[in-house]
Design a protein around this ligand. Structure first.
Ligand code: NAD
Length: 359
């Protein structure tokens, strides 16, 4: 049996605890992993003087696959989010976020099975920004006002929204290919092309073109506000949704909320040459070092990684064991208990061990 070399980024806060729990479950699947530990976040800042060392990026480039815990973004001048830095440095243009109901997790909705495919590199999140009152902003405003009928106020702060045909094509193609591979029936493009006729209009036009390449998959589109309302009213009518960065950020959190929140929401950042899987939640600093954090989001991210590696059977065993332990409801962390009683809850390690026993 082959061994997978995986870059493992425990991160900080609760990251190292949920990472160790996940590692123990993934090792128990019988698949051979050679884990390459990499620093990122506060531990990297202390050791190497930078949040995202080049050695960490090199490890992921070499292995082509990474599993990452959450990382705190320090508050202060000059700190860019490590998560955004990582996605840009490795061109991980897909953010894949499934939202699937797990019986036993408290949530308002039942039987949800949705996939959000979020574009990860472009849109208003690309980082092209000019602060209010700066000479750079003044120059940009002057140049735009010379060309545009609508005028921008001289003291405006500016963030540029940019959408390219190539960026749109590759993300929509990913969504259709994912739908085909995973026996999904429908892809919905989400946009606001009625208002942003050029940027979102381009995204929609490209999505319509790409849909022609996949006649076996149904296609429709929704304006983002209507999409949110429809997800609240008739989520069963939707399947795979693909959208630009900002809408994807918001809609994917909404879908995570529909299935019970951050503790159970996994994600993957995928590019042409590398993929990094990580939970959606942050480093939850108040819980750090207490062995109380819920390992499920990270574990399900690990299962997504197994699927990405083609280890579907092992992925299903992990997901099945997670569902079983949550369904039984005794060996679960405090946040999965109705009473949220810490004294009756399982620790992170105890829950991971129960999951291993259930595999
Ligand atoms: P958070 O996700 O860390 O916490 C939000 C709430 O959820 C808190 O009440 C927390 O205790 C709880 N929570 C989160 N994960 C949990 C788990 N596994 N088990 C039990 N409870 C859990 O979000 P935040 O407080 O906004 O952010 C904290 C830090 O994390 C910030 O520095 C932020 O920048 C960073 N962050 C990192 C990532 C990432 O690395 N991908 C994502 C989001 C936030």
């Amino acid at each position: 049996m082959s061994t997978y070399q995986v870059s493992l980024l425990p991160g900080d806060g609760i990251g190292p605890e949920v990472t160790e729990a996940t590692k123990s479950v993934l090792d128990a699947t019988g698949i051979n992993f050679d884990w390459e530990y990499c620093d990122a976040g506060l531990n990297a800042l202390e050791k190497h003087g930078e949040l995202l060392p080049e050695a960490t990026l090199d490890s992921i480039r070499k292995n082509g696959i990474g599993l990452k815990g959450p990382i705190t973004t320090p508050i202060g001048e000059g700190f860019r989010s490590v998560n955004v830095g990582l996605r840009h440095a490795l061109e991980l243009y897909v953010n894949l976020r499934p939202g699937k109901t797990i019986k036993g997790v408290q949530s308002t909705f039942e039987d949800i099975d949705l996939i959000v495919v979020r574009e990860n590199m472009e849109d208003i999140y690309a980082g092209v920004e000019f602060d209010t009152g700066t000479p750079e902003a003044a120059e940009v405003i002057e140049a735009i006002n010379a060309k545009s009928q609508k005028k921008i106020a001289s003291d405006a702060a500016i963030s540029i929204k940019m959408i390219t045909p190539e960026g749109s094509r590759r993300i929509v193609r990913f969504a259709f290919a994912y739908a085909r591979q995973n026996n999904r029936k429908l892809v919905t493009a989400v946009h606001k092309a009625n208002i942003m006729k050029f940027s979102d209009g381009l995204f929609l036009q490209v999505a319509q073109e790409v849909a022609q390449e996949y006649p076996d998959i149904e296609f429709n589109d929704r304006i983002v506000d209507n999409m949110c309302m429809q997800l609240m009213q008739k989520p069963e009518q939707y399947d795979v949704m693909v959208m630009p960065n900002l809408y994807g950020d918001i809609v994917s959190d909404m879908v995570a909320g529909m299935v019970g929140g951050l503790g159970v929401a996994p994600g993957g950042n995928i590019g042409k040459d590398a993929a990094v899987f990580e939970p959606i939640h942050g480093s939850a600093p108040t819980h750090a070092g207490k062995n109380v954090a819920n390992p499920v989001a990270m574990l399900l991210s690990g299962a997504m990684m197994l699927r990405h590696l083609g280890e579907r059977d092992a992925a299903e065993r992990v997901e099945g064991a997670v569902a079983k332990v949550i369904g039984e409801g005794t060996q679960v962390t405090y946040d999965l208990r109705a009473d949220r009683d810490q004294s009756k809850a399982a620790s992170t390690t105890e829950m991971a061990n129960a999951i291993i026993a259930a595999m």
